[in-house]
Ligand binder design. Structure first.
Ligand code: NAP
Length: 554
C-alpha cells in the first residue's frame, strides 16, 4: 500500500440541484478529473455514479490478481504537482486495491464527492432543442437540466452477460471478473471453473490456482501473454521519472502509446540479421512489459515480422509448460501477436504445471450448458462450487448506448450508431449538441495510457467550453462531414495494420451482432493530440458553433 497520509473522507452530495452547467456521468478517473477541471472554470458541475464510490474500472474489477498493465509511475494523474509529491506507488504495476485507494485519496484531496450522487444510474439524457438544455434523469427519480453533458463512462465497463443455458439452475456460486462482488469471494479448497482466457482471466487464474481445490480453465482462443516482472517499484525508476518530471511527461506525450518502452526502433525486422532478431526478442522477453512490440517497427504491420515474435513466444510457452499437449493448446494461433491486446502476466503459463489445474479447449469439447452441479461440455460434466466468467465487455459503445441519450429530433444515440459508431475525434457525435464523450469510440484511449488520454480530453473540453463562453457561443455540434472524414481516417489507419485480422473487442467481434469495425484510433497519442491542437487552433474546426439566444431573437 502507498505511504500517503490518510485524509478525512469527503462527503458525497445529498441533494441533486435542479440545474448545473455541466453534468458528468461516471466517477472513475475521467469523471473525477472532469469535476476538478470544470470547477476551475467557475462552472457548476454535478455528477452521477452507479457504484457506491469513485474508482470506475478499479471499483468494479476486484477480481484476484487484478492489476494495471501500465507501470504505476505512468498510470498516475499528472495534473497536480502536489498530488504527485504526496503519493508514492509501492509496486511497479499497481494492484487494484492500491489504485482504488489512490482514487479515494484523490477524491478526498480535492473534495470531489460533494457534487457526486452515488448508487445512481442514468436512465435518460434528452436534448431540448428549443431551450438548448439537456434533461437528465436517474433511476432514483432525480431530474436535472444542464448545458453540457460529459460522459466519462469508461471503454470497458459493461461486462458481457454469461448467456449460458442452465445458469439459472446452478446451485453453486458464479461471478464475473468485471463486476466482482465487493464483499469478496472465497475459493479456497473449492472446485473452481474459469471461462475465458483474456487479460482478466490471465491475471485471475494464477491467483485462484494457489488455493483452489481444483481449477479448470475453459479456453476458446489462446492469448499471447508476456511476463510483467512485477515487484516493488524500483528506486531508480522513481528517480528516472521524478528527477525531471516535466521533461518525462513531455516524452510520454510525444510517444505513440503514452508510455515509453526500453526497446524501441525505427528499423524493420528485415533490417536485422536473424541472430540480431532473436537477440532483440530475448531482450524484450527479459525486459517484460510490451517491449516485444518494440522489437521491430513493423511488428504489427507486416506478417513476416509478426511471425518472428509469435514463433518466439510459442517457443517460450513450450519451454514453460511441461505437458506438451497442454502447451500446444496454450499456443495462440490464427491471428497476429498484439492484435488482441497483449496480456501481461505473473506466472500464467507456469500455472498449468500445477497438479490442481486443467485446461479445456472448448473448440474440441464445446460448452453445452451449465448444470445444477457444474458445467457440461460435449464430452463430460465438470463439477463446480464456483464459476468465474472472465468473458469480456461490450467495449467502447456498450457504456454509451445504454444511457438513454436522445439528441436533436429525438434521435437516440443507440439508433444513430446502429451500423457502427461515428464519433468525431472520438469525443462528439453529429445530432448531439453539447455532449462530450471522454474516450469515446474512435479515440486513441484504449491504445494508449488511459490517464493521459482522459486528462487530454477533459482539458480540451474545458478549453472548448471556455472558448465558447468567451466568444458568445452556447451550442456546439460535430459536423457530419468532419465526422465521416474522421471515421474514414481511423479506418484507413487501422487497415494499414494487422489489427483487423483478429476477432477482438477492438473490432467489436466479441459481441454477437455488433458491427465489425476498428473502434479506436491507432495513429498514436502524439498524432491524436496534434490533431486536437490543430482543430482548436482553427476555431474548433469540424464543429458548428452557434448561439441559441440570437436565433431566438431573430
Ligand atoms: P477479453 O479480452 O475480451 O477476454 C474474454 C475472454 O473470454 C476471451 O478469452 C474470450 O474468447 C472468452 N469468451 C468470451 N465469450 C465466451 C463464451 N461465450 N464462451 C467461452 N469463452 C468466451 O476480456 P478481458 O479479459 O476482460 O479483457 C478486456 C480488456 O480489458 C483487455 O484487453 C484490457 O484492455 C482490459 N484489461 C486490462 C487489464 C490490465 O490493465 N491489466 C486487466 C484486465 C482487463 P475469444 O478470444 O475467443 O473471444
Amino acid at each position: 500500500m502507498s505511504t500517503a497520509t490518510k485524509l478525512q473522507r469527503s462527503a458525497p452530495a445529498s441533494v441533486v440541484p435542479p440545474h448545473a452547467d455541466i453534468v458528468v456521468i461516471g466517477a472513475g478517473f475521467g469523471g473525477m478529473y472532469a469535476h476538478h477541471r470544470f470547477r476551475q472554470l467557475g462552472l457548476s458541475v454535478f455528477g452521477f455514479e452507479q457504484g457506491t464510490d469513485v474508482g470506475g474500472t478499479w471499483y468494479w474489477n476486484r477480481y484476484p490478481g487484478a492489476r494495471c498493465d501500465v507501470e504505476s509511475v505512468d498510470y498516475t494523474y499528472t495534473f497536480s504537482n502536489e498530488l504527485l509529491e504526496e503519493w508514492t506507488w509501492s509496486e511497479r504495476f499497481s494492484t487494484q486495491p492500491e489504485i482504488l485507494e489512490y482514487a479515494e485519496f484523490v477524491a478526498d484531496r480535492f473534495d470531489l464527492r460533494r457534487d457526486i450522487k452515488f448508487e445512481t444510474k442514468i436512465v435518460s439524457a434528452i436534448y431540448d432543442e428549443a431551450a438548448n438544455l439537456w434533461n437528465v434523469r436517474t433511476d432514483q427519480g432525480d431530474a436535472i437540466t444542464c448545458h453540457y453533458v460529459v460522459t466519462t463512462v469508461g471503454c470497458l465497463s459493461v461486462p458481457k452477460d454469461p448467456e449460458f443455458e442452465g445458469l439459472e439452475n446452478f446451485k453453486g456460486e458464479w461471478v464475473q471478473t468485471g463486476a466482482w462482488p465487493k464483499e469478496g469471494v472465497d475459493w479456497a479448497g473449492k472446485n473452481v471453473l474459469v471461462v475465458g482466457t483474456g487479460s482478466s482471466a490471465i491475471q485471475t487464474i494464477p491467483e485462484v490456482a494457489k488455493t483452489a481445490g481444483h481449477l479448470t480453465v475453459f479456453q476458446r482462443t489462446a492469448n499471447y501473454s508476456v511476463p510483467a516482472y512485477n515487484g516493488p517499484l524500483p528506486e531508480h525508476r522513481q528517480k528516472e521519472v521524478f528527477a525531471d518530471y516535466p521533461g518525462y511527461l513531455q516524452m510520454l506525450k510525444k510517444s505513440r502509446g503514452g508510455q515509453v518502452f526500453e526497446l524501441q526502433t525505427d528499423s524493420m525486422a528485415a533490417e536485422f540479421t536473424p541472430e540480431q532478431q532473436q537477440e532483440r526478442l530475448q531482450q524484450a522477453w527479459e525486459l517484460g512489459r510490451w517491449n516485444i512490440q518494440g522489437c521491430f517497427r513493423d511488428i504489427t504491420l507486416n506478417e513476416d515480422a509478426n511471425k518472428l515474435a509469435a514463433d518466439f513466444v510459442h517457443a517460450k510457452i513450450r519451454e514453460t509448460v511441461k505437458d506438451p499437449a497442454t502447451a500446444e493448446k496454450l499456443i495462440p494461433r490464427g491471428y497476429p501477436l498484439g492484435t488482441k491486446r497483449l496480456c501481461l502476466d505473473s506466472d500464467y503459463y507456469a500455472t498449468f504445471n500445477r497438479e490442481n489445474v486443467d485446461l479445456v479447449d472448448i473448440n474440441e469439447e464445446p460448452i453445452v450448458r451449465i448444470t445444477e452441479g457444474g458445467l457440461q461440455t460435449s464430452k463430460q460434466e465438470y463439477p463446480a462450487d464456483l464459476i468465474i466468467f472472465a468473458i469480456g465487455f461490450d467495449a467502447m459503445t456498450g457504456p454509451l448506448v445504454n444511457l438513454g441519450i436522445e439528441g436533436r429530433g429525438g434521435q437516440s444515440l443507440k439508433s444513430a450508431w446502429h451500423d457502427g459508431p461515428e464519433c468525431y475525434l472520438g469525443i462528439a457525435a453529429p445530432g448531439f449538441p453539447n455532449l462530450f464523450m471522454v474516450n469515446g469510440p474512435s479515440s486513441v484511449s484504449v491504445l494508449s495510457n488511459m490517464i493521459l488520454t482522459l486528462e487530454h480530453h477533459v482539458d480540451w473540453i474545458a478549453d472548448c467550453i471556455s472558448y465558447m463562453r468567451d466568444n458568445g457561443y452556447d451550442r456546439l455540434e460535430a459536423r457530419e462531414d468532419a465526422t465521416h472524414e474522421w471515421a474514414a481516417h481511423t479506418e484507413m489507419v487501422a487497415n494499414r495494420t494487422l489489427f483487423p485480422k483478429a476477432n477482438s473487442w477492438y473490432m467489436g467481434a466479441n459481441v454477437t451482432g455488433k458491427p465489425r469495425m476498428f473502434m479506436a484510433y491507432i495513429g498514436g497519442f502524439d498524432n491524436y493530440v496534434a490533431r486536437f491542437d490543430a482543430v482548436a487552433a482553427k476555431g474548433f474546426e469540424g464543429f458548428d458553433l452557434s448561439t441559441s439566444k440570437v436565433e431566438e431573437n431573430a
